[in-house]
Ligand binder design. Sequence first.
Ligand SMILES: C[S@@+](CC[C@H](N)C(=O)[O-])C[C@H]1O[C@@H](n2cnc3c(N)ncnc32)[C@H](O)[C@@H]1O
Length: 263
Amino acid sequence: MTDDAWAGLVDSFAEGAYASAKGLVRTYVMHQQLLEHLAGPPGTVLDVGGGAGHQSFPLAQAGYEVTLLDPSAAMLDKARERLDRLPEEVRRRVTLLQGDGEKAVEAVGGRVFDAVLCHGVLGYLEQPDGLVDQLCQCAVPGGLVSIMTGNAQTMAVRPALEQRWADALAGFDSVEEVGVLGVPTRADTVEHLSELLSKHGVEALQWYGVWLFTDWLDFSGVEVDLSDSERVAAMAAVELEASKRDPYRQLSRPFHLVGRRLP
Ligand SMILES: C[S@@+](CC[C@H](N)C(=O)[O-])C[C@H]1O[C@@H](n2cnc3c(N)ncnc32)[C@H](O)[C@@H]1O
């Protein structure tokens, strides 16, 4: 726990990446996708590797009771800083906990939740199995498990858009890359994670893409004007639609898989 690998990345992730067009799209699209499956508030949400709370604080604002678990003290400080800007009533619905996702059951004292989120975390682990097992154990029977991670089927997209052609060619058969934050990452497939969920009593319900066109614009060097809120809303609406449909969702670099724990 003393080795806080995320300490140096907090600002580029929490302030940089999330302040971009892709960050806005990601938060919006995934929030909408989650609302499709969550029973309305009140309900309990565990956000494993929740970082600075970009995905779970909006759920707290919507009325859910959120527990955010993360091993990084620096990320939790950032989450606290962001939480302080929210109204008292929302702050009261959020608990921040320090701990590894692989020990989530112990960290939450065996409590189970209506929804368990794990977004942008599996790719930093050598293998997803142990963490997926913990996520499934933390969900109530009938509860949701929501995983967002890199899509191993689309590893050629980013190097191709950056015109790194040799890397793009290698990307067709690769599951590893150095991600946009400069950290090595590993990608998964919807099929493999669905099998893992099933092994732990969670049935895969639906999968989505996350961002597509904004990603392509970003890697092509196009700056999206975020000052025009109508255009930003229109962009988010297009991305949400693309995230649900083939072939678009298949080309998204991250995917979002939602499952339900069997009774
Ligand atoms: C890319 S950030 C994602 C944060 C948040 N889930 C989001 O979507 O905004 C990755 C987070 O995973 C956390 N993390 C890294 N290893 C972890 C582990 N073994 N268990 C749980 N979280 C971990 C990091 O501390 C960091 O906050």
